[in-house]
Ligand binder design. Structure first.
Ligand code: HT7
Ligand code: ZN
Length: 876
């Protein structure tokens, strides 16, 4: 594949006025007739041809203004259709017929069939696999869609917009027509046909219009769509209340399908979802599943304004819709749940996924300037760091000006295909602030590293805070400019209150935000009566890494007293990390790990503090992950030592806190009626982490086996099974529980995904054989992305000791799997392969073996562009 550069952007030569599509659906021979009306853009050379994109297309007919076209005037290949000798200024109509095979479409891009359901996925460049088209996001048009299909097999015929009408069509067929009045790019087109059940409801918008809401799922699964419907209605209301955004069609539909490459897709009026993010009930879904459904339903719905009404000019602007929409779904979940606990979860996710991406060979700016395969840029940097950049704009502007900027964006750009510059300009114009330096966040890759030191001068009553920023080199960017980094902070007095300064020198400080703008900067606060403890980057106001050598006493003070719960959690993490890295080093040298008792005391005090919400206490008790420790160690890593060290620390905490954990477990075990809300989920989280520590303390499976037997919801059941499998993999209780789980949920693939994941993530070298054996299980479907991710994906991403076993056997196994998946589904293969992006941080024995496995992949002659792009960048 060639490389696409942002600098080469130019508008199309022809303007698309209308699109009429007629589909005659057939599992293997679907006929697509596209009638497209174009005119030449003013000022474009009269001899310029019309070039349309295609991908693997077969054309059977081409008409120009209803008359068969002279073959001398066009060239059709599977990848493009070029038409010459076109009118200079008058509109003209092209009618193209293509034949496609949905059944054979294993890539899940374009029109495909999943479990007997026809569905589409057009973002980013799937529409060109349906018909020849100017398949780019800046070509907006109004679409009319006709669908003809066998009536018995496909009672349901859906597309974007409003339903126009339908009727019988011959003896066995019927048709339906849909019209979407909102101009849209091709990537938002959708079609669904098949036989599905439906859950229906209505929503009355703020201006009093009634919208029909429909969620389509497989027959019999309707009750499991109730939570998704509730989340949808809450999302619609929230977007009206918080962003002033009202829905704009008579109907909003969601369809759940079982084969899907990503989480969901925001097609106008017809969202298509991976069924994993729609279906839930207490028996089959965990609290995490409920939270994901709520967030993804909201995310796709919010795209109606940030993505659909205002779309992207080109794919380099992906963060314009994705970063902003993630920010909106984060804010929604924060309002629905506990804001601090949600923030902690977001930061954990950002650090475990985005920071490694930003520190490795796949690092790229939030707004990239070039790509070889756009599918590989649906990354955590574009999404999650993109969201953090939006959050920083809100922090710098403050609530009111941020709202003004958003309103201006909606007003100024509704109906546009916009750019990041357009977006930022709205905030500049609304606030009068210059965001030029801030915009570097879009252009410079790498996580800023900030070194901080503070000194208190008792006689002068001053506190000086010196900060220095360093942005590491990333691929293609060896030097960086200093950025504008907004750091929320507080100076906490000895008694826990927040000290205020009478004057500040050295830089811009607005209320509780310190604006670091220079490479090195010293802020002096005066009028400070006694030495305060500095709480910095509260609420994680900037996605940076702080290097601030605060004493254990100061961190303990923050952990116990900060009014910002996020900061308290961060202080606990800062106390934990050196304990865990020391433990890893000790384990590596074969020594006995001794956990630092000051840290354990703080942790247990927080765990036992009834004034704190259970969900927060559960977060505090969830120690930094093995990946977090590896990142902190920074290189030459031995996953076995990291694991052993962490286990030793967990044991020390379990022993010291056995009484606390026993009380917590008992107090939260008496469960009332199940509620998936945040309060219920928090109690379950605290109870289950207490159970996990108790099981470590007792070093026996009985407690978890008992919890497994008594569980009345999937959260408790899967947590108990995880403890059994991960702690006591060879115990009879574990074997029985795994078998019972498998038998009970044999007909529920989404639940069996949990069964695969729990086993794929059992620590230790033996897990490779386990994963291989599970691949032969009758429940494993190698063509279904959810199954592959739940087994192979979680093994590679979530089992550091198993995947990185010292003999390199798992890398070779993984390389074989990537090469087997790639021909069927390149997107899935490429995404899985990113699990190896941090191979250079391993100790040399493992690193050599990882490199060799990557080289095996690279040497394959028939790689997809997707996998070739990833493997070459990882190896560079
Ligand atoms: N905007 C959607 C992205 C997406 C996607 C991209 C590439 C290939 C398949 C895909 N399915 C969905 C999802 C979202 O961010 O809302
Ligand atoms: Zn999105």
């Amino acid at each position: 594949g060639r490389i696409v550069h942002l600098a080469d952007y130019r508008p199309t030569d022809f303007v698309l006025e209308r699109v009429d599509l007629t589909f005659e659906l057939d599992p293997t021979e679907t006929k697509v007739e596209a009638r497209l009306i174009f005119h030449r853009r003013e000022g474009v050379d009269a001899t310029a041809p019309l070039v349309l994109d295609g991908d693997d297309l077969t054309m059977t007919s081409l008409l120009f203004d209803q008359i068969e076209m002279d073959p001398a005037r066009y060239t059709a290949t599977p990848e493009s259709l070029t038409i010459r000798d076109l009118p200079e200024s008058t509109p003209f109509e092209i009618t193209v017929v293509t034949m496609i095979n949905p059944e054979a479409n294993t890539q899940l891009m374009g029109l495909y069939r999943s479990n007997g359901i026809y569905c589409t996925q057009c973002e980013a460049e799937g529409f060109r696999r349906i018909t020849y088209f100017p398949d780019r996001p800046d070509v907006l048009a109004v679409y009319t869609i006709n669908i003809i299909a066998d009536k018995a097999a496909n009672p349901l015929l859906l597309s974007n917009g409003n339903f126009l009408g339908g009727a019988g069509f011959g003896p066995d067929k019927h048709f339906a027509a849909w019209f979407d009045p909102h101009p849209k790019p091709s990537y938002l087109f959708a079609l669904v046909a098949g036989d599905l059940g439906v859950v229906e409801d209505t929503f009355t918008t703020m201006s009093g219009r009634e919208v029909a809401l429909k969620i389509y799922v497989e027959h019999g699964k309707e009750p499991r769509a109730a939570y998704a419907m509730d989340a949808l209605k809450r999302s619609m209301k929230w977007d009206e209340e918080v962003f002033g955004r009202e829905y704009d069609l008579d109907i909003f539909m969601i369809v759940a399908v079982s084969d899907f490459n990503m989480g969901a897709m925001e097609n106008k009026g017809l969202n298509i979802f991976n069924d994993k993010y729609v279906l839930a009930d207490p028996e089959t879904a965990t609290d995490q599943d409920y939270a994901n459904i709520e967030a993804i339903i909201a995310h796709e719905y919010f795209h109606n304004w940030t993505g659909n009404r205002i779309t992207c000019r080109d794919w380099f602007q992906l963060c314009l819709k994705e970063g902003l929409t993630v920010y909106r779904d984060h804010e929604f979940s924060a309002d629905m749940r506990s804001r601090s606990v949600k923030r902690i979860a977001e930061v954990r996710h950002l650090r475990s996924e985005q920071f490694p991406e930003d520190a490795g060979p796949l690092a790229h700016p939030v707004r990239p300037t070039k790509y070889r395969e756009i599918n590989n840029f649906y990354t955590t940097t574009v999404y999650e760091k993109g969201s953090e950049v939006t959050r920083m704009i809100a922090t710098i502007l403050g609530r009111d000006d941020f709202k003004k900027g958003m309103d201006l964006y909606f007003e100024r750009h509704d109906g546009d295909a916009a750019t990041v510059e357009d977006f930022v300009k709205c905030f500049e114009d609304a606030s009068g602030k210059d965001l030029t330096q801030f915009s570097l966040w879009y252009h410079q890759a790498g996580t800023p590293q900030i070194t901080v030191s503070s000194t208190y001068d008792a006689s002068a009553k001053t506190l000086t805070l010196s900060l220095e920023q360093m942005i590491p080199a990333t691929p293609g960017q060896s030097t960086k400019e200093p950025m504008h980094i907004p750091l929320r902070f507080a100076l906490i007095s000895e008694n826990g209150s927040e000290a205020s300064a009478s004057a500040i020198a050295g830089g811009d400080v607005t209320s509780d935000v310190l604006h670091l703008t220079q490479r090195a900067q010293t802020f002096t606060f005066s009028g400070i009566g006694s030495r305060p403890v500095v709480s910095l980057n509260r609420g994680f106001s900037a996605p940076v890494t702080l290097h601030f050598a605060q004493s254990a006493e100061d961190l303990g003070h923050i952990a116990r007293h900060d009014s910002d719960l996020f900061a308290r959690w961060q202080a606990i993490t800062d106390l934990a990390l050196p304990v865990l890295t020391d433990a890893a080093k000790t384990a590596r040298d074969g020594g006995a790990v001794a956990a630092n008792s000051a840290f354990v005391d703080v942790l247990l005090a927080v765990a036992a503090d009834e004034a704190l919400e259970p969900a927060f206490r559960a977060q505090a008790l969830t120690l930094p992950s093995e990946a977090d420790i590896a990142r902190e160690l920074g290189g030459n890593n031995d996953p076995d030592a990291i694991h052993a060290g962490r286990q030793a620390v967990l044991s020390a905490i379990a022993t010291a806190g056995a009484d606390v954990f026993r009380k917590l477990h008992a107090a939260h075990s008496a469960s009332g009626p199940f509620s998936p809300d945040a309060a219920g989920a928090g109690k379950r989280a605290l109870k289950n982490i207490a159970l996990s520590f108790l099981s470590i303390a007792e070093n026996a499976p009985a407690l978890a086996a008992d919890a497994f037997a008594r569980a009345d919801n999937m959260t408790d059941l899967s947590q108990a099974l995880t403890i059994l499998a991960h702690r006591f993999p060879d115990a009879a209780e574990t074997k029985e529980a795994l078998a019972a789980f498998e038998a009970r949920f044999a007909s529920n693939a989404l639940v069996l995904d949990k069964w695969f994941t729990i086993q794929a993530t059992i620590p230790g070298a033996a897990s490779l054989e386990r994963v291989k054996a599970l691949m032969t299980s009758p429940h494993f479907q190698p063509t279904n992305p959810n199954r592959v991710r739940s087994l192979v994906g979680t093994f590679a991403f979530g089992n550091a000791t198993g995947f990185n076993r010292a003999d390199g056997a798992a890398y070779q196994f993984f390389a074989e799997k990537i090469l087997a998946i790639d021909p069927r589904n390149p997107q899935l293969a490429a995404r899985l392969l990113t699990a190896m992006r941090s191979w250079r941080l391993l100790e040399s024995g493992r690193a050599d073996k990882a490199r060799a496995a990557l080289a095996t992949i690279e040497a394959s002659a028939s790689l997809s562009t997707d996998v070739r792009d990833i493997v070459e960048r990882i190896l560079k």
